[in-house]
Design a protein around this ligand. Structure first.
Ligand SMILES: *Cc1c(COP(=O)(O)O)cnc(C)c1O
Length: 373
């Protein structure tokens, strides 16, 4: 066996084709179509929030959420938003485009989620919100973050793009934020190619989100008081996402199976694996991560190169936000170290968890990884 194994592959074996055909036959292509409304209703109900607003992608969901919150809650320019440094750039970028300042907090070594014990040192008069990101399929410690947010009167933005159907002490991820955002990018648990959604239970916030994502149209059509964006999702994307949503339980059980098999096969290697569970949740393994022990003689990059030669696609861990060249150029960073995320970036990578993976392939990948040592 020496075929190429991608880091992710979706399965489109449900009603995707049927719903897409319905779009084509009915002529509903655009954002006013019935699947968009259906997705907003079904997904917000699924996550215990009152309202949903579909958008073009998960990054857009963060951008429009921050814009709406800044407006509704009367935040000032360059007010501060706390974000985990071990993260994709979307939340930081959303801050900057909305003239807010991202402030980066290190992660903890066990879960790779934000280290809640390090949040308070970054809070000051200008701090307005905390972004919770559930990293790689294991939730952040939400209760601790809620406690801090209540103590300092901060809003919560919950980026659950890697945690569809995940729960924290039995309550859905995406139910905790004043707004919660999701992505439906191809490699997420619900995929529509590109796509995203904002959830909230605050009607005023929903109205602002819908306003800013739709060019700030007013009742007097074509007369505008503000500038927004066009971030509307198409009915075609929503059709695929609706079909994917019907299979979410199956998707998650497949991910759990993949993760558990890797745990079993890789348990003796000199590396830290994705954390299996915390008291509040079992990992859903959006990805399966490996962090090489410090005494391993090769780096994550070298390990990835060797696996690539055998056809195994892998991905590096997130490059921490506080080291990003673009944020240095913009003068946002404070030149302070965040040691855990710097270390796991150097030592960490993730391996295939596509929905098409067979046990044979998981065993083959695990064998190649063991051979690295
Ligand atoms: C995927 C992802 C995003 C961005 O979503 P896109 O749809 O790719 O724009 C944002 N945050 C997290 C945590 C993600 O995993």
């Amino acid at each position: 066996m020496n075929e190429f194994i991608p880091v992710f592959e979706p399965i489109l074996d449900g009603n995707e084709k049927k719903y897409l055909s319905e779009c084509i036959e009915s002529g509903w292509l655009g954002s006013n179509g019935p699947f968009v409304k259906q997705l907003e209703t079904k997904f917000s109900t699924f996550c215990d929030q009152k309202y949903g607003s579909c958008v073009t992608n998960g990054t857009a969901a963060l951008e429009v959420s921050m814009r709406a919150m800044k407006d509704l809650f009367k935040w000032n320019d360059y007010d501060e938003i706390i974000i985990p440094t071990f993260n994709i750039i979307s939340a930081a970028q959303a801050c900057i485009y909305n003239k807010l300042k991202p402030v980066f907090v290190d992660c903890e070594s066990e879960t790779w989620n934000i280290d809640t014990s390090k949040i308070e040192q970054y809070i000051n008069k200008r701090t307005k919100a905390i972004v919770i990101v559930h990293i790689y399929g294991l939730p952040s410690d939400v209760n601790k973050i809620i406690e801090i947010s209540q103590k300092y009167n901060l809003k919560i933005i919950e980026d659950a793009a890697q945690a569809h159907a995940q729960t924290y002490y039995g309550k859905k991820c995406g139910s905790f934020g004043d707004v919660a955002t999701f992505s439906f990018f191809t490699n997420k648990h619900i995929a529509s190619g590109e796509g995203g959604i904002v959830l909230t239970s605050n009607k005023e916030l929903l109205d602002k989100i819908n306003y800013y994502k739709n060019l700030c149209f007013t009742k007097e059509r074509f007369i505008h008081e503000d500038l927004g964006w066009n971030l509307r999702m198409t009915n075609l994307q929503a059709a695929v996402a609706c079909a994917q949503m019907e299979k979410i339980e199956k998707t998650i059980s497949k991910k759990l199976h993949i993760g558990e098999l890797y745990q079993k096969l890789l348990k003796n290697i000199p590396a830290q694996l994705s954390k299996e569970q915390m008291p509040y949740a079992h990992n859903h393994y959006w990805i399966f991560g490996i962090v090489l022990n410090n005494d391993v003689k090769f780096s994550a990059k070298e390990a990835r190169e060797k696996l690539a030669l055998r056809g195994i696609e892998t991905r590096p861990f997130f490059y921490p936000m506080h080291l990003q060249p673009v944020l240095n150029k913009l003068g946002i960073n404070d030149n302070k170290k965040r040691i855990i995320s710097e270390n796991i970036y150097q030592r960490g990578f993730y391996i295939p968890t596509g929905l098409t993976l067979t046990d044979d392939k998981i065993e083959y990948i695990s064998m190649l990884i063991k051979n690295l040592f």
